[in-house]
Design a protein around this ligand. Structure first.
Ligand SMILES: [Zn+2]
Length: 237
């Protein structure tokens, strides 16, 4: 094979690698965004559990106040009972007090139920907290992994880029036009600038080459391109 074509093949390999590395680097911010949106949803179970506990507590306090109000009323009635001299009035007040006491009992039953519900909510909150912490740690690890991946990709780009620059300079020293042709083909022919001629068929455009092209490729004296797609050909032995 023509030495210049061999060099171009190595150059093409590095250019493809660079293209792949840059593509992966470009994807990193998207991956980060996806992770961020996933994290945003993870605290909601914990928030819901805490909110429920708070609602229970608010309701319980309301009931406590209702009991307090009724006890004050009972105190007032008891005062009136001491002051009254009429028997029927005394009876009416006693009856009113009894009614309020019945109400208090009913409210206190509700309070008890709420306290039980609050107790049940405690392990639910604890489990949600544990899960949220685990998710947070997991996400932090994923972010760290992504950062490490980006750093590694950037280092690889620098390394391959340096190698590529050196190879391109070597080709240019021999034939500057050939390097230009190669670079143009690489950009316009989907990273397939130098392709094999297999069974007389160009592997770039999959067209059977003409006899003089086949001979020229096999002879390897000059750089030969496909008549149909313009790609640089090398013989596949
Ligand atoms: Zn072709």
């Amino acid at each position: 094979m023509l030495p210049a074509v061999t060099q171009l093949l190595v150059l093409q390999d590095r250019d493809k690698k660079l293209r792949q590395l840059r593509l992966e680097l470009k994807r990193a911010p998207l991956e980060r965004k996806e992770m961020e949106s996933r994290t945003a949803g993870t605290g909601s179970a914990l928030d819901a559990a805490k909110l429920k506990a708070k609602e229970i507590e608010v309701k319980r306090k309301e009931l406590e106040n209702e009991v307090g109000t009724r006890r004050t009323r009972i105190q007032k009635y008891n005062q009136q009972k001491l002051e009254t001299k009429k028997n029927d009035e005394y009876q009416a007040i006693s009856h009113a007090i009894q009614t309020i006491e019945n109400e208090i009992t009913a409210i206190e039953d509700q309070e008890l139920e709420l306290m039980e519900a609050a107790e049940k909510q405690k392990p639910i909150i604890a489990a949600a907290e544990k899960e949220a912490a685990a998710t947070k740690a997991q996400v932090a690890q994923q972010f760290a992994d992504l950062d490490a991946k980006v750093k590694s990709l950037e280092a690889q780009v620098l390394e391959v880029q340096a190698e590529r620059t050196k190879l391109a300079a070597e080709v240019a020293m021999v034939d500057e036009d050939l390097l230009d042709t190669y670079q143009r083909l690489f950009e316009t022919k989907d990273a397939q600038a130098v392709v094999a001629l297999v069974n007389e068929v160009c592997q770039g455009c999959h067209t059977k080459s003409q006899t003089h092209v086949i001979h020229a490729v096999k002879a390897g004296k000059v750089v030969t391109t496909c008549l149909y797609c313009g790609r640089i050909l090398y013989p596949e032995y």
